[in-house]
Write a new protein. Sequence first.
Length: 120
Amino acid sequence: MDGSDWITYWTAPSSFKTFADEGHDVYFSNWRGTEYARLHKTLDEKTDAAAYWDFDNQDLAKDMIANIKAMTAKTASSEKGFVVSYSMGTDQSLITMVDYSTELNDTIEKFVLLAPCPDL
């Protein structure tokens, strides 16, 4: 599953569509290995497979901070945003909140965690 699945396969009225229709910025994240996240800057998933897949939730949390800050700085229409996470994304969000909260104080207003994974 990647970020596009929330748009492609979701037929019911959705929060993200409502937010976008009301003028809020809506972003979908994709992790390494998903269709839209395969172009790693330095590693090829086939020729560098061991290094490519050598990451954990802590690494994803670091990436999340950089990506949130970069995207909101370039395109956001408001100073602070909301992060809504689902499933594995909740693990990443929890780690990010705990380990990097001071770095996100100026960027994130609130995290909303849906269907969290119980195993960190």
